[in-house]
Design a protein around this ligand. Structure first.
Ligand code: GLP
Length: 234
């Protein structure tokens, strides 16, 4: 893994944007995308740019289960608001958080990923080391999963809801194996609340209890940090 530490999240996001531009210019057609506060600035930079994704596909990592696509907390809504409605993609894939037949939905999403190999995957990281919504202990061989959210994730994400009772308790997520199949990965983490997870990601053993640590086994990962999230690194 290559780790780059910047003074501010804005500078790290600028670097992420340059890597996305490079990837697009080098012929990438499929982009794995993340939600959360972390990539918001990157999406702002993409929206403000002249980059053309009209021939590209986006495949999102995850979606809450039980929210409608119109719900302002759904990741479908997030992607529309922050990126897709401003920067058109040819195809936009997001797990269906309203699916009735879960097994069919998991199979549908696996097929999408199989048919559209991900050239560049954008990742954030949870305070507990999750990537996507792959909570510890993570199945390193897993494909798309229907999971129970960790209490710590529910608490961390409650800041975005009116009350913690409104945070969904289940989600659909791309599996670790599919994330690891991406050709290139950019992981961003900002703020002191991510510092312990970042330390374990980079310096800890590869351990299912820290799902992101599996990235140590990937040949092309760039980790973009700000000073606060990098504070415990040796
Ligand atoms: C969320 C998402 C992840 C995201 C992470 C961090 O729950 N499922 O994809 O990377 O947790 O979120 P944030 O960027 O808001 O800190």
């Amino acid at each position: 893994m290559r780790t780059l530490v910047f003074d501010t999240p804005a500078e790290a996001s600028q670097k992420a944007f340059e890597l996305v531009r490079e990837s697009l210019e080098n012929g990438s057609t499929t982009f794995g995308l993340a939600t959360g506060s972390t990539p918001e600035k990157l999406y702002e930079l993409i929206v403000a740019s002249d980059l053309d994704f009209s021939q590209a596909s986006s495949i999102n990592l995850d979606e809450y289960y039980g929210l409608t696509k119109q719900d302002s907390q759904s990741y479908a809504y997030f992607m529309k608001k922050h990126l897709i409605s401003h920067k058109p993609f040819k195809n936009v894939y997001i797990p269906d958080g309203e699916a009735q037949d879960i097994d069919a939905e998991l199979a549908r999403y696996d097929k999408i990923i199989e048919e559209n190999p991900i050239d560049l995957q954008i990742l954030g990281i949870g305070n507990n080391g999750h990537i996507g919504f792959n909570e510890p202990p993570a199945d390193f061989n897993g494909r798309t999963q229907f999971i129970d959210l960790d209490q710590s994730t529910i608490e961390a994400n409650a800041r975005l809801f009116d009350s913690i009772d409104e945070v969904p308790t289940k989600a659909l997520t791309m599996g670790i194996k599919s994330i690891m199949d991406s050709k290139k990965i950019i992981l961003m983490a900002f703020g002191e609340e991510k510092a312990r997870a970042v330390q374990k990601l980079i310096e800890g053993p590869v351990d299912p209890m820290v799902p992101a640590s599996v990235l140590q086994n990937h040949p092309d990962v760039v980790v973009l940090l700000d000073k606060a999230s990098a504070q415990f690194l040796a």
